[in-house]
Design a binder for this molecule. Structure first.
Ligand code: UDP
Length: 162
């Protein structure tokens, strides 16, 4: 580590990011991983998964009364997803900005949803909306043994926290 800097990534904030089935079909997995790597966030969990229906229902439990809920669950289990846990200072808000608004019909250019999503029901990637939900979703999608504690040696060059 640089002199005076702590080792390890300061800020334990984590977010859950998931490439949805349309994102895999479009071949966007690498691009999405690169975006977070380039921003200096640290990957703590990663897997490819054919989602069990019950897990998709648990993930979206808050939306179960919505009219689009059955189609949403069907969409999430329609093909494999890529699950990721990312860590770093402000990672929840950064992920929301990098990925963009939920509805690709109101696109924010330069974001994943804005550039590659088509409609609200095909919006390529999920990101947590708060640090609390980040932790809830990481615990839902990953076993403890699938989350890896490690330090990236470039971290002290990318972040100035002491
Ligand atoms: N969704 C949908 N139709 C709607 C609103 C949402 O199919 O009218 C889907 C969309 O895939 C979205 C997910 O439901 O990503 C969760 O909705 P939420 O409003 O929580 O948006 P988020 O911030 O999770 O993208």
């Amino acid at each position: 580590p640089l002199p005076g800097s702590k080792s390890g990534l300061g800020g334990s904030e984590r977010t859950y990011v998931m490439v949805k089935p349309d994102g895999l079909q479009q071949g966007l997995v690498g691009e999405i991983i690169s975006m977070f790597e380039h921003k200096g966030f640290v990957l703590k969990g990663l897997k490819l998964l054919q989602t069990p229906e019950e897990l998709a229902q648990n993930h979206y439990f808050e939306l179960k009364e919505k009219p689009f809920y059955p189609k949403l669950v069907k969409y999430i289990i329609s093909g494999p997803v890529v699950c990721m846990a990312w860590q770093g200072p402000g990672v929840v808000a950064s992920a929301r900005k990098l990925i963009g608004v939920t509805n690709p019909l109101q696109p924010e250019p330069g974001t994943i949803c804005g550039d590659f999503g088509t409609e609200v029901g095909r919006n390529v990637v999920h990101r947590s909306d708060s640090p609390e939900n980040g932790e809830r979703e990481i615990a839902l999608w990953f076993k403890d043994s699938e989350l890896v504690e490690w330090e990236q040696c470039i971290t002290p060059w990318l972040w100035s926290w002491q």
